[in-house]
Each structure stands twice: as C-alpha cells, then as structure tokens.
Write a protein that binds this ligand. Sequence first.
Ligand code: FAD
Length: 407
Amino acid sequence: MISFELSDEQRLLEQSVREWGSREIAPHIRDADRQHRFDRERVLGGMAALGLLGISVPQEYGGAGMDYICLGLASEELEYVDTSLRVIMSVHAGLNCLSLLSWGTEDQKQRYLVPQAQGRKIAGYGLTEPGAGSDARAIQTTAAKNGDRYVLNGEKSWISLADVADSFIVIAWTDAEKKKQRDPGGLSAFIVERTFKGFSSGPMKEKWGILAGNTGWFKMDGVEVPEENLIGRAGEGFKIAMFALDQGRFTVAAGATGLIRACRDASVKYARERHAFGVEIGQHQLVKEMIAQMESDYQSARLLWLRSGWMKNNGQRNTRETGLAKWFATVASERAAGDAVQIHGANGYSDEYPVGRFYRNCKGAVIYEGTREIHKLMQADYLLGYRTDRPTRCELPAYKQEVKSQH
Ligand SMILES: Cc1cc2nc3c(=O)[nH]c(=O)nc-3n(C[C@H](O)[C@H](O)[C@H](O)COP(=O)(O)OP(=O)(O)OC[C@H]3O[C@@H](n4cnc5c(N)ncnc54)[C@H](O)[C@@H]3O)c2cc1C
C-alpha cells in the first residue's frame, strides 16, 4: 500500500522545524555565513529543544522516537534555511547516533547515545584523512592494542563539527598486516572523546562554503581509548563506516532536496519582481525553463528520499536506493543553485540575496558522503551485477511506533 500523505506527527514536525528555522535562524544566517560564525547556542540549543538531535532514536535511549521520514523532513527543512544546520543532522543524528543505535553495546548506548540523543553532547564522524577520501582503505590512522586499551595515532581532515563535537566515531587500522594488503577487514571503529589525552583539533581555514558551519581536522597523538569504546568487533570498522554512510546520505539527500526548494522559491519570487524588456523576467521562456527544471528536480528528489525513508522504516536494506537519492538530489541541487544565481543576474552574485550562499553551500554535498563519481559507479555496478549488498551483522532497527512522552 502506497500513501503519499504525511502522518499528523510528520506534518507537525515539518511545520515546527520550518517555523523555528524561519523565526530563529533565517534572520541571522547571512551574517553568520559572512562572519564564518557557528552560532552554537542558537543552533544546537534550538535543535535540542525541538528534539532533532535524537529525532529517530527510540525514547528509551533519550531520543524523540520519531520515524526516519521525520529525520528526512527535518533535514529538508533545515537545509531550506542553511546547509550548516542539516550537516548537524547528517553527522550527529545520522552518521553517529544511528550507528551507535545499531552497532553499539548497551554500555556505549548509555554513555554516549543517551546524552547525544538528548542534545547534551554532540558527536561527529571521522573517516577522511589528508591522503584518503573516496579511497577509504588508504587511511593511515592506526589503533594498536595495548592491554585493555587501544592507542590511536593519525589525523582526520575535513571533519564536520571537528571543533564542536564532544566525541567522534573514528575509523582506524587495528591489523597492520591487513593494512599493508588494503584488506578492509583490518579496520575498526572507535568512540574517541575530545577530552582524551593526545587529541587536538582545528578548523579548515580556507573553506569557502557552509561558512556558518564548523569543518575542521583532528589529530590523535597516542590517544588511549578504552577497549569498551570499540564499536562492534575488531575488523568491522569498514562495515560500520559504510553503514553510517547509509544513514548520513539519507539526510544529505533530503537536505539537498530542501536546498532545491529554497532555490525554486527564491527564483519564483525574484522572477515576479524583476523586469526586463518591459515584462517580469518570469515571462521569458528561458527563465521559465530554469524554474520548471527546479520544480521537476525538487519533486523527483523528494520522492527518492521518501522511498528510502520508507524502506528504513520497514527495516529494508536501502544502500542502493539511498545512494541514488543522494546522488540525484545533490547533483540537482547544484543545477538549481547555479540557475537560481543566473535568474538573479548580478544580484545573484552578491550576498544581498541568499542564492549566492546556496551556490557555495550545495557543492559540498556533491563531494562528501560519496562523490558524484563514486555514486555513479555504484549505481552502474548494481545494474551490471558487479555489486550486491550482503546483510550486515547489525542492521538499522525498523521504526516502531511509540507512545510519545512530552518533550
Ligand atoms: C564540507 C565538507 C564536510 C565533510 N565532512 C566530513 C566528515 O564529517 N567526516 C568525514 O570523514 N569526511 C568528511 N568530509 C570529507 C569527504 O567525505 C571527502 O571529501 C570525500 O569522501 C571525497 O574525498 P576527497 O576529498 O579526498 O576526494 P578524492 O577521493 O581525492 O577524489 C578527488 C576526485 O577524484 C574522483 N575519484 C576518486 N576516485 C575515483 C574513482 N574510483 N573513479 C572516478 N573518480 C574518482 C572523485 O570523484 C573526485 O572528483 C567532508 C568534506 C567536505 C567538503
């Protein structure tokens, strides 16, 4: 049975995130972006109050117990205002919390997931390194076992919330021989806290997009991590890293969909206001073409992420569908942002209008959580039979409706 209706809970959530974004964030976002300022209290405080930081985490672990469609709706609404907000959903709520929910021990859930879902702690995800992005097996970070601890050495770069998050899921080699052979069975995943001795972080100084967000690097210089912080089993790090991306990509897809809508709405408004050759520019066919494309892209992108959210709700594997949704939405958002600037003419080339910010912000999502090229290859490989998804030991729990307690 297919239903295109949102439930009351989903509609209410969508509405409250939309209202909060336009009331609390939109009036300040241009300045925050121009000043490269992450408004920690305003943004994280507001998101926590709305229950967004643990949106799809069951209530027993401190979350709001909402379904995965709500996670997507929140991501779409947040990126409608600014990409920096949605990035928090991707790394904290998506990559990190949902991985701990699925792969974490009960002790890890109590110590990390509960405060994260309640919004008392913020969490990130560290896979990328200066010499390794798409090629995750090329990472150099190592975790050597020493008694009841692992000693981590290495550097992660281009990490969202690097200077903000309290802890990170970190992927590192625990098997030196497998590292030499590039065998992903030698990778493991850890929870690393910022307060652990030997941990340091800093910002990516020359970044030119998502400027109201925090992106940086962190280094681990002999960081001792207790073995209780190993996620899953030793050797499952690659699987956990890829599992996490299934959740993060979903939020990226939904977020990019929101960015297309923001471009569409700004373009429609401007096309009705601006005149050229004696008519509103919306009367020119070539402007109509760009606006029509935005609508087509928006509606298609939304259907794709909704389908993958529906699959998550039903406990179905969705790596392929989520990858397609992410690839389509991010590429379409780049097209929409480029055309939105075009429709705004020279005004689009200034920060007086938001479309320039959309244009700078959209590009990141065509790069992170699988570049456009990697997603293209994945989709082709599924079709050609070169790639299939085998079940993993831990899966994302299907959505279970809960009686909601008052936030
Ligand atoms: C704003 C931002 C936030 C980020 N946040 C995080 C984060 O929180 N955590 C994290 O771990 N990482 C994060 N990243 C890093 C991101 O995941 C990587 O940038 C991404 O995986 C691509 O890796 P790379 O930049 O090293 O590019 P590379 O892998 O070096 O790729 C360079 C180019 O080569 C192409 N290419 C590579 N391999 C192939 C191939 N086999 N076939 C065809 N083309 C190929 C790529 O598509 C790309 O066009 C973030 C990045 C950005 C920009």
